[in-house]
Design a protein around this ligand. Structure first.
Ligand code: SAM
Length: 345
């Protein structure tokens, strides 16, 4: 732990040892180190983002995800540009300055449609940042969306170990996903990668691969969430991932990548009501609040319990702000760019 704290690096065998033998005393030290590092770089600020889940159509078959293409039970929806803009408007009035546009991988939204939506959002809310989380696209498409005004792109690598990835993502290519991340970085997006903890057949060595992959990629943002089984997927009988292991991984990432923007992820809160507070105290510095209208939100059913919140965006925002303050941190509704970018501007 001292080596990780002082050098921001560990070798593979040291990471395996850390993950396999960490006890409560050392967990406490790990979380404290992560909190110190996060405070050194971002202070006590927690950045709030507003997520708009604009389509639950998906052409892929990720075996863990409720949106997967052959799920015939799910009620599908798509939001129009006007509906997306309305969500941004409400979010902007609440103070949000980052809008995360997320969807399944839905080819219905052409580059032209996305460009037009992005530029209208930028025109109406010039001081807000746009994050896309819409899956793999071509280099040309990534370029066009960046030129239209998108600032950031979230594309979790999901699993760095190729065999594990390919078992869980039929007809998808691990190489392509990793290549997309590299292209996004080269274009100039602030890029987010990340993985799922507790996937069926995932070993500790696989998690270490994820941590080392992220250290090497050096993305601006990292999303790590526990696997949550979904009753309409092939993995419906698999146990959920561990909240504890997820928070340990968040802390390790804060120490491996001190400047990273690190959300306390939605899946964590789904499994454990106290996990956001625990994550903030263990290195996390971002929370995403849901701006999707309730009618669509309940259909964005990635995993069990995901769409269950009955609260509207205003109530959720107040709740999250209270949670942050009660945990001893400060709410920041600004764009919340990666420190390397915000220093430039
Ligand atoms: N389609 C986009 C993509 O591929 O990046 C974004 C939407 S996708 C639904 C968002 C994230 O949900 C995925 O990156 C995945 O890590 C997470 N996810 C999906 N199903 C999950 C599950 N059952 N448990 C935990 N996380 C899950």
């Amino acid at each position: 732990l001292n080596k990780l704290y002082s050098t921001n690096n560990l070798e593979r065998r040291e990471l395996i040892k850390l993950l396999s033998s960490i006890d409560n005393k050392h967990k406490k030290i790990l979380f404290e180190y992560a909190d110190i590092v996060r405070k050194k770089i971002y202070g006590k600020k927690v950045f709030l983002r507003g997520i708009i889940e604009f389509s639950n159509y998906c052409k892929n078959s990720c075996m863990y995800c409720g949106l997967y293409a052959s799920n015939k039970i799910i009620n599908r929806y798509r939001m129009s540009k006007f509906e997306i803009m309305e969500c941004c408007k409400k979010g902007y009035e609440m103070g949000y300055r980052t809008f995360v546009l997320q969807s399944g991988e839905d080819p219905y939204y052409t580059d032209e449609m996305l460009k037009s939506t992005i530029s209208s959002i930028k025109h109406a809310f010039p001081d807000a940042a746009i994050t896309l989380s819409i899956g793999e696209r071509t280099k040309l498409s990534f370029n066009m969306l960046f030129n239209a005004g998108a600032d950031r792109y979230l594309l979790r690598h999901e699993a760095a170990e190729k065999n594990l990835y390919e078992k869980l993502h039929p007809h998808m290519s691990h190489d392509n996903r990793i290549n997309c991340l590299k292209i996004l970085k080269d274009i100039g997006y602030q890029v987010g990668a990340g993985f799922i903890v507790g996937l069926p057949n995932q070993s500790l060595e696989d998690i270490v691969e994820d941590l080392m992959f992220l250290k090497n990629l050096n993305p601006h943002m990292v999303g790590i969430g526990p696997f949550i089984s979904h009753p309409q997927t092939p993995l419906k009988n698999s146990p959920n991932g561990s909240v504890d292991m997820t928070i340990i991984c968040l802390s390790i990432i804060r120490l491996l990548l001190p400047h990273v923007l690190l959300p306390a992820t939605t899946a964590l809160r789904c499994l454990d009501a106290h996990s956001w507070e625990r994550s903030l105290k263990a290195g996390a510095n971002v929370i995403m609040t849901n701006l999707t209208p309730q009618e669509q939100r309940k259909k964005y059913d990635i995993y069990k319990g995901k769409g269950n919140t009955a609260d509207n965006a205003n109530t959720l925002t107040v709740e999250v702000k209270d949670l942050i303050k009660n945990a001893g941190y400060e709410v920041d509704m600004g764009r919340g760019d990666h420190i390397s970018i915000s220093k430039l501007s």
